[in-house]
Design a protein around this ligand. Structure first.
Ligand code: TYD
Ligand code: MG
Length: 453
């Protein structure tokens, strides 16, 4: 291999640089850039006859239909994959250390195996006795999953070649190493090269691979973002510390809807699926209090109701606090600015705390109206009726814009016993029979109607 001039790359996001720098321009992290060894050519390159050959796109239509997806039987997991595992696909499962990735994948492995798939679980982090112990604790001691504890990728690929499983789980990519790369396991070059080999292998031998990656803050260990672009599906397992809930979220999926979520609860016997997340997120609701509002949201293909809580208190002199958990802080600033400029309700001199209960993270602009209602309710000290839901986008002019899937949101709310909704006018309501619906054109009418300001 010719040794060309060295390149440098960021361990956090994988951005490539010609020279070293202290801070990554791409993701803003400090001390994450280090020198990178070149990618190995590996056995993945095509044979001479295939090289550069093209086929007309229309020919693809004559090929046989794609093989059916393999379902694990763990509904929340299958949902996030887009309805099951696509054969020969590469999936990245990222998440903080200790969040429950190994637990989830061991359970998924057992589920797949019990459904008849041939599954190999390869742990580079734990000894086989430890994995077996965990499996027993999860009640999966009898599952027909084959277990390997290996970190040399070359050996792993040989094993996979011999065993020809339907699915191989690699836990974790940061422990794997290739002899052709002169760098420590976990470095950007190793992680990238190992993932590249695994993905190439998956496509060539029709073995699906699930690659586990720890999210890290340290510059020495490459994070999962480095391999995001190589795989078909990227899933993150997230959750707030101190909360039992875990959310599996797809952020990229070549074979299904992105932004789909699966909800789990960490119990003493592993992860339990939560098939009705709305009921769960609302189950811990306190008695109606000012600042608490229920938002009827959509996560992926499914409606999910969550409680948004706001607290407003006098701020000491200086710049007031804006603390947000589970929502984008930029969105909060925008809504505060619209409330001040369009409705004449300032939050100057007031600290604002905003929180999505239950550890959910909401990215939909449809949450705007619920956020504004929570802020107004907290500021004016007016409780919202406990059987009322909100959704709608707020534009900079203060107008309310209809959002997608109005009917589904209302149906879910009704199913959970809500009987009132505040939504933007021009929303397609469908047949929300028995629900009392207020349609509003702009934020100022919401203020006038509900908060008497
Ligand atoms: P783990 O799957 O090892 O996390 P990761 O692979 O993402 O690093 O999960 C570790 C945590 O999960 C640990 O703090 C203990 C907890 N846990 C339970 O609460 N119940 C269980 O049944 C299991 C197996 C783990
Ligand atoms: Mg683990």
């Amino acid at each position: 291999m010719s040794k060309s001039s060295p390149t440098f790359s960021c361990a956090s996001c994988g951005a490539v640089y010609r020279k070293w720098a202290g801070r990554c321009d791409s993701c803003g992290e400090w001390n994450t850039i280090s020198e990178q060894a070149p990618l190995s050519k590996g056995p993945g390159s095509k044979t001479l006859s295939q090289r550069g050959k093209t086929i007309p796109l229309t020919d693809l239509a004559h090929e046989e239909a794609p093989p059916p997806r393999i379902a694990s039987g763990m509904e929340e997991f299958d949902r996030v994959l887009g309805g099951g595992l696509v054969p020969a696909s590469a999936i990245l499962v990222g998440g903080d250390p200790g969040i429950g990735k190994s637990t989830l994948l061991l359970q998924a492995a057992a589920s797949f195996a019990q459904n008849g798939a041939k599954v190999l679980y390869i742990s580079g982090e734990e000894a086989s006795a430890q994995v077996r112990l965990r499996a027993q604790r999860l009640g999966l001691g009898e599952a027909p999953v084959k277990l390997g504890t290996e970190t040399a990728l070359r050996d792993i690929l040989t094993t996979l070649d011999e065993e020809a499983p339907d699915l191989a789980i690699i836990d974790s990519i940061q422990t794997m190493w290739l002899d052709t790369v002169e760098a420590a396991p976990g470095s950007v070059s190793q992680v990238r090269a190992a993932a590249h080999e695994l993905v190439t292998f998956a496509k060539r031998k029709a073995v699906s691979v699930i690659i586990v990656g720890h999210v890290t803050k340290e510059g020495q260990i490459a994070g999962p973002r480095v391999v995001e672009h190589m795989v078909d599906t990227v899933i993150y397992f997230e959750g707030e510390r101190g909360h039992q809930f875990r959310i599996l979220r797809s952020v990229k999926n070549r074979f299904g809807p992105a932004a789909e979520i699966g909800v789990f609860e960490m119990t003493g016997q592993g992860l339990a699926e939560v098939s009705n997340p709305s009921a769960l997120f609302l189950s811990s609701r306190d008695a109606p209090a000012p600042g608490s509002v229920v938002f009827a949201g959509i996560e992926g293909t499914r409606p999910v109701l969550t409680e948004i809580q706001a607290l407003v208190s006098p701020a000491p002199p200086g710049s007031p606090r804006r603390t947000v958990v589970g929502l984008d802080s930029g969105r909060l600033s925008t809504i505060l600015a619209v409330l001040e400029a369009r409705c004449g309700i300032p939050f100057t001199g007031l600290d604002v705390y905003l929180n999505v209960a239950g550890g959910m993270r909401i990215a939909e602009p449809a949450a705007d109206l619920a956020v504004a209602a929570a802020l107004l309710s907290a500021r004016e000290d007016v409780s919202i009726p406990p059987d009322m839901v909100f959704f709608g986008e707020i534009s900079l002019s203060g107008a309310l814009r209809p959002v997608s899937q109005t009917e589904n949101r209302l149906k879910e709310a009704q199913k959970l016993g809500f009987s009132q909704a505040v939504v933007p006018s021009r929303s397609r309501l469908g047949d929300a029979e028995g629900m009392q619906i207020k349609t509003m054109t702009d934020l100022i009418s919401v203020v006038g109607d509900m908060f008497g300001a």
